[in-house]
Design a protein around this ligand. Sequence first.
Ligand code: PMP
Length: 406
Amino acid sequence: RHPRDPPRSPAMASLFADVPMAAPVVVFKLSADFPYRTDEGQPWVLPVVRKVEAQISNDLTLNHEYLPILGLPDFTQAASAIVLSKDSAAIADNRVGGVQCLGGTGALRIGAEFLRRWYNGNNNKATPVYVSSPTWGNHNGVFGGAGFTDIRSYKYWDKCTRGLHMKGMLKDMEDAPEFSIFVLHACAHNPTGTDPTHEQWMEIAKVMKKRHLFPFFDIAYQGFASGDLDKDAWAVRYFVDQGFEFFCAQSFSKNFGLYNERVGNLTIVSKDHDNVMKVRSQMEVIIRTIWSNPPTQGARIVAKTLNDPQLFAEWKENVKTMADRVLLMRDELRKRLEKLGTPGTWNHITEQIGMFSFTGLNEAQVEYMIKTKHIYLMANGRINMCGLTTKTLDYVATSIHEAVTS
Ligand code: PMP
């Protein structure tokens, strides 16, 4: 039916009557893509963020004019510099560009939209895009939403070893058509919490180079994974050293606790300055028709923090506070399960990185946790370590024990 056709009957009067109800967005329903929580189970505004917010609100030279389409230059430059490092050869060569986006999601979406329009043949929506199996649920949607029609998955998680499926991953890369796009979690893989080692990244880079595969990094947890910004960016920097051209979508939602401000940056690394300029010019065209220009507050907070040595040091301390709490919860949970003698191995809990842990609980066990114990985790067994506190550890450990043994 055409929308201008007259309604079939008065009861069918809405133009939207034929719109199907979409399924709920699972992770948001469960936990709003779970933000960090303190040991009291409360949201945490980083002290450095409070301080900078106060400075901003007292600074009468600031106003609410539009930002440039590609964002606040102080922000994009500083953001690219923390992922690539200040003394990155690519920055020195002036072949890095940043684009301020609405969160990490926006950075992925703009990168994807650009690639669909301009990469590997003009408007080539059939270029395969590979995401890890499993991956953050939104990767499929974002690349699909940008128009890609061939979204595939590459092996990542090995159920048996509860670790990385390195062989399968490399084979999928070997077998992928040349110039395929590979979405890579730079650190703290969501949902498995399992990252390649440095040696494994080296092998990955080797195969990707040989097969001319395009790396699209997603870094949503820099600093949050290990407590160390440089360590968490190791893979991205290694790809620079290896001469790749790539994109990297950065999110400041987690490491600044700025979830609702939508602060993200898309870092572009290319062969030379000219190419970066061309890419950015097309991204400007894309953004103009999507959000026109980005919001200011979050980008200002991040830019001020990253560009001031004192504030930067304070921020690193704040990030470490969050990372350390997660590491402590991992240690304590593993200790308890081992003490209880819960069947299975639990070393993966401390070996995994970042906010999430793939517990290895099966669907029936997850259902038991939710229905009987009121402990909420994803159907795939992913728990959020920030949901644990010193007060709930015992209860969670004994519940897992019961779920596994009952
Ligand atoms: N990538 C991954 C892997 C994520 O986990 C998230 C957030 N859950 C994002 C991207 C998006 O982050 P943002 O909220 O900044 O859009």
